[in-house]
Ligand binder design. Structure first.
Ligand SMILES: *[C@@H]1O[C@H](CO)[C@@H](O)[C@H](O)[C@H]1NC(C)=O
Ligand SMILES: *[C@@H]1O[C@H](CO)[C@@H](O)[C@H](O)[C@H]1NC(C)=O
Ligand SMILES: *[C@@H]1O[C@H](CO)[C@@H](O)[C@H](O)[C@H]1NC(C)=O
Ligand SMILES: *[C@@H]1O[C@H](CO)[C@@H](O)[C@H](O)[C@H]1NC(C)=O
Length: 745
């Protein structure tokens, strides 16, 4: 370069800097995603640096801007960029996508949502199972929990390439928890940077998936029994990507990058955020590369139910899990001085010492000098008079964790009400004697308080009762999804309501800082709790069929799932194919497999361009979608469920689903189709008989769905297809969803 142009460039840069200074000079973390790892991995960091140099133009700035290079399982990097630099990078041929780093959240609402866990049974070949490694992206792990006792476990399987990082409050790995890494690329850790679980969530999910059996487990005597994970002989690898402030995209991607390369068999991710197009979504990207290497990712579907359009983690290569109930409920009796008692729900570990206590409502305990926006009826913090609360049980409208407030004011108990009848399935852990009653019952309690001279009440310790199940928990996110309209999500359901599992001793059992209880087990609710159940079920299937693809394993779990006993208005938009039945899933008869090339046809159909697809597959430079066998039919994917979503009122109900099933059952068999169609919809299966002579033989068929015009309002119409031979029932939901409401994203 000649001297003149250097000077000129310098001036230009100065000018650019000044202009930038006026507008947009704050560098923010972005992720630059580049698809499959290149053949020659050695130069990957150089490649990243060269790209950054080209975008930023200054060597030092480029070096400082880079945060992290991914390159074990996929290609890409995280860097602090200006918007125009991000734009420049996204125009590069070797870049699939560039997106701003965001934070995702754990899919549990801790001190609210809780559960009692079923004791799984069944004979185990622990030797084979102990070769299975479940990787979890979560809040870390408390290895000292009895659920992670490695007594009887041999060394880690030979394929294991992971490591165990060190840190505060972390005693190291063992032969059960064989790996632990943390990622804090975004610098969001508030406490010590360590693999230790200072939250409890990661310990809970890990032990749900693969904790060893612990006899006499309970939460202060509640939900007593043997606690154990779905695959108690499997190994656990923890990738800590969540800190006090949430889970950063950069850390999530690093977790996937490492977990896949370390040799995990399954990945469980109880984390989510708003759905985005697949290649701007770290969980979709990570799980895509996991899938390419034969690793299924189980994800929680979110806790934003019961509204529709709330489901998250919807990429078709993900197993999206809803939270269902088991048949156990936690009832806490609330008895008034007039002898009338009400059944509330809560986890109340406190036994009353007296027969009755004085009772008051938040409305009557209001601090008169406290006016304004505070709501004393709801016992808002700062709205109540300590004099009136002290020594009393307080009735508060609604529930959002007011127990902390009442406790601070020296109240001795709390009764809250659920806002709607839909919310009465979660038993909240109370940091003081407390329970939540239905809104109808709460009104009667309020009336008693108003009409009685010395109102009194007592709250019993929680007892465990049976209930009709399964149903989908109110908080569990519902479909339909908005990314790929005709793929039904969630895929299936697993227990996620009031689940007992191991907990970390580092945090208290509730979020209340005044709660000084630390426990070995805790009862939590959330799709976070459902996700590791489904991951463990997948591990269980994989242990019998080590060579099955992620799609085949998911298919086995979906086609053998059990429908909800109690359905809600959203039907399969709540539950997908139903609640997992791991023992049945080992022998599903037929599977709907999805090879990599089908995902590529699908991505072409979804409009992803050839250059991006070439980078994803690591294949040749340009990928010509039109030269590839096109994905056909309504959804373009050999999915184990069928879904048509129509939002166009001028449309008629009409869909064709092309499917291929693979025989994994006996060598010779004949399956017949059995169809149930919703009213006003016809469903035809062609052919309706499938004859198999060999194992792993494929048979194709199509499902033609026809109906009238889309009607006013929103309609969820459930049908199903079941392939039956003498031993198997291979069931797929067929869900037609129509609405005349525009979708608001
Ligand atoms: C965690 O580590 C800190 C600092 O070493 C220590 O004071 C504390 O007792 C530890 N907590 C537990 C529960 O081990
Ligand atoms: C009522 O509120 C006022 C103003 O915030 C406060 O100064 C006072 O201490 C409160 N009274 C009681 C009894 O809590
Ligand atoms: C106070 O909170 C309750 C429970 O959330 C609610 O039903 C009520 O409408 C609120 N009252 C006011 C005045 O905001
Ligand atoms: C109880 O009295 C309070 C205060 O007068 C009132 O706001 C509330 O509506 C009454 N509750 C019932 C159930 O009548």
């Amino acid at each position: 370069m000649s001297g003149v142009s250097v000077v000129f460039l310098f001036v230009l840069c100065l000018f650019a800097t000044l202009v930038r200074g006026l507008h947009d000079n704050e560098r923010k973390p972005y992720i630059v995603y580049m698809g499959e790892v290149p053949e020659a991995k050695t130069s990957i960091e150089d490649e990243h640096h060269n790209l950054l140099m080209a975008a930023i133009g200054d060597e030092d700035t480029a070096r400082q801007a880079k945060i992290y290079s991914y390159g074990k399982s996929f290609n890409g990097f995280a860097a602090r960029l200006l918007p125009r630099e991000a734009q420049k990078l996204s125009d590069e041929d070797t870049v699939v996508s560039v997106f701003a780093n965001t934070k995702r959240k754990l899919h549990t609402t801790r001190s609210w949502d809780f559960l009692g866990m079923p004791e799984t049974s069944g004979r185990r070949n622990s030797k084979v199972e102990s070769n299975i490694i479940i990787g979890l992206l979560d809040t870390g792990i408390y290895v000292n929990a009895p659920s992670f006792d490695d007594n009887g476990f041999g060394p880690a399987p030979a394929k294991w390439k992971g490591k165990c990082m060190k840190g505060v409050n972390f005693t190291g790995c063992n032969n059960k928890v064989i790996g632990a890494k943390y990622f804090n690329l975004d610098n969001i850790a508030t406490g010590p940077v360590t693999p230790a679980d200072d939250d409890g969530h990661g310990t809970h999910t890990s032990s749900t998936a693969a904790g060893v059996a612990v006899k006499g487990a309970s939460f202060y005597g509640i939900a007593k029994g043997t606690a154990r994970g779905g695959v108690p002989s499997a190994r656990i690898a923890m990738y800590k990507v969540c800190w006090g402030n949430g889970c950063s995209d950069m850390d999530l991607l690093a977790g996937f990058d490492h977990a896949i390369a370390d040799g995990v068999d399954l990945i469980s991710v109880s984390i989510g955020g708003p759905s985005k197009d697949f290649f701007s979504d770290p969980i979709a990207i990570g799980s895509f590369h996991a899938m390419k290497r034969g690793v299924l990712t189980s994800c929680s579907g979110g806790n934003d139910g019961p509204s529709d359009y709330t489901v998250e983690n919807v990429a078709p290569w993900i197993m999206t899990v809803a939270a269902s109930s088991i048949d156990r409920q936690f009832q806490t009796e609330f008895k008034l001085g007039n002898g009338v008692s009400y059944n509330g729900l809560s986890i109340n570990t406190f036994s009353p010492k007296k027969r009755m206590y004085p009772l008051i409502s938040g409305t009557l305990a209001a601090n008169a000098s406290q006016q304004g926006y505070l709501n004393a009826s709801a016992c808002d913090y700062g709205s109540l008079s300590q004099e009136k609360v002290k020594g009393r049980v307080v009735y508060c409208e609604g529930y959002y964790g007011q127990d902390d407030t009442i406790k601070q004011l020296d109240g001795i108990g709390i009764v809250t009400s659920s806002d709607s009848s839909a919310d009465v399935d979660v038993a909240f852990i109370m940091s003081m004697p407390g329970t939540t009653v239905s809104s109808q019952d709460s009104e009667k309690i309020d009336r008693y308080i108003n009409s009685t001279k010395n109102p009194r009440a007592v709250i019993s310790r929680t007892r465990t009762t049976k209930m009709n199940a399964p149903f989908i928990a109110a908080f569990s996110s519902r479909g339909p999804q908005q990314i790929t309209l005709n793929i039904l999500k969630p895929d299936l359901a697993a227990p996620g309501l009031n689940i007992l599992a191991a907990y970390s001793k580092l945090p208290p059992v509730t979020e209340d800082p005044l709660d000084n209880r630390h426990a070995t087990f805790n009862i939590l609710s959330g799709t976070s709790m459902a996700c590791p159940h489904a991951a463990a079920a997948a591990a269980y299937v994989k242990r019998f069929h080590p060579n099955w693809s992620p799609a085949a394993i998911k298919s086995a779990l979906m086609t053998t799932a059990v429908p909800m006993k109690i359905k809600d208005q959203f039907a399969e938009l709540s539950s997908g194919s139903g609640q997992i039945n791991p023992v049945k899933a080992v022998n599903p008869g037929l599977v709907y497999d999805i090879p990599m090339r089908s995902y590529i046809s699908f991505l072409c159909k979804e409009g992803y361009n050839g250059t991006a697809i070439a980078l994803l597959t690591g294949g040749k430079k340009k990928f010509n979608c039109s030269s590839f066998k096109p994905a056909h039919g309504t959804d373009g994917l050999n999915y184990p469920s069928m879904h048509l979503q129509l939002t166009d009122t001028s449309a008629r109900i009409s869909a064709v689903f092309y499917r291929t099933v693979t025989n994994v059952g006996p060598v010779k068999t004949v399956y017949k189709a059995r169809v149930t169609a919703p009213e006003g919809v016809s469903i035809q299966v062609v052919p309706d008989t499938l004859k198999f002579d060999k194992l792993h033989e494929n048979r194709s068929f199509k499902v033609v769905v026809k109906g009238g015009r889309v009607e006013k309002g929103t309609h969820t119409m459930s049908g199903s297809l079941e392939w039956r031979d003498s031993r198997h029932r291979v069931k797929s939901p067929i869900l037609v969803f129509t609405t005349d409401q525009p979708i608001i994203v």
